[in-house]
Design a protein around this ligand. Structure first.
Ligand SMILES: CC(C)(COP(=O)(O)OP(=O)(O)OC[C@H]1O[C@@H](n2cnc3c(N)ncnc32)[C@H](O)[C@@H]1OP(=O)(O)O)[C@@H](O)C(=O)NCCC(=O)NCCS
Length: 185
């Protein structure tokens, strides 16, 4: 299983492997302070940082510890407008953590929800996961709205993270296999 990153398709999107040739698109996403404000990837100032991130995703996939897809809109082009996937994967425990980022130009068009729907479906059906979780900085209201409408429930756990010179409260969410399949009957 998982010899290569599978391509996932949704009505508007294609989730595909990210390669070195996507470096400028990855840099465009992560050099934007709007994207990194409440997201734990440092704001990029050099294209080299995007190269390193692509490399890191690739190594994490080879070790079967993560899967990162590039999000494209085939009706427009094969260029990457966001990334998403499992930032942590534990096959023994059957647990994964999700993450997503969308280029600012494409916010509020339902792309996060459409892309993550495909990732959740892949995680619960193909990878047979039992639980998918995520943590979000409390100020990240769009991300919180998005995961709630995908069926994630807020768990009673507290925490904080020091990010860009400030301490931010963290909100934890989980989606269990049973909950997912109850909503997708
Ligand atoms: C969070 C993020 C991924 C959302 O992506 P998106 O494609 O714009 O999200 P969607 O359009 O699918 O919308 C998700 C929810 O946010 C709401 N939302 C998104 N943009 C909004 C806006 N400008 N105004 C009001 N609501 C907005 C949507 O209405 C939706 O909520 P609903 O289901 O209750 O209607 C995007 O803002 C982003 O990349 N942020 C920076 C990186 C980040 O924070 N990632 C998540 C870290 S956990």
């Amino acid at each position: 299983m998982l010899a290569s990153i599978p391509t996932l398709k949704t009505p508007r999107l294609c989730l595909r492997e990210i390669s070195k040739s996507d470096v400028n698109d990855i840099y465009a996403i992560f050099s934007d302070r709007n994207v990194t404000k409440f997201y734990d990837v440092s704001t990029m100032r050099k294209v080299k940082s995007a190269e390193k991130l692509i490399d890191w995703w690739s190594k994490r996939f080879q070790k079967k510890k993560a899967i990162r897809w590039g999000i494209t809109m085939p009706a427009i082009s094969n260029r990457i407008i966001g990334t998403c996937g499992f930032s942590e994967l534990d096959f023994i425990a059957g647990v994964a953590e999700i993450g997503v980022d969308i280029a600012r130009l494409h916010w509020h068009q339902g792309i996060m929800k459409e892309a993550l729907s495909a990732v959740l479906n892949y995680g619960f059906t193909t990878l047979n996961l039992s639980r998918i979780k995520t943590w979000i900085m409390a100020e990240n209201v769009y991300s919180i709205a998005g995961v709630k409408s995908l069926g994630f429930r807020n768990i009673n756990e507290t925490g904080s993270v020091f990010w860009q010179g400030k301490t931010h409260d963290i909100v934890y969410f989980v989606l269990d296999r049973n909950g997912y399949f109850t909503n997708h009957k």
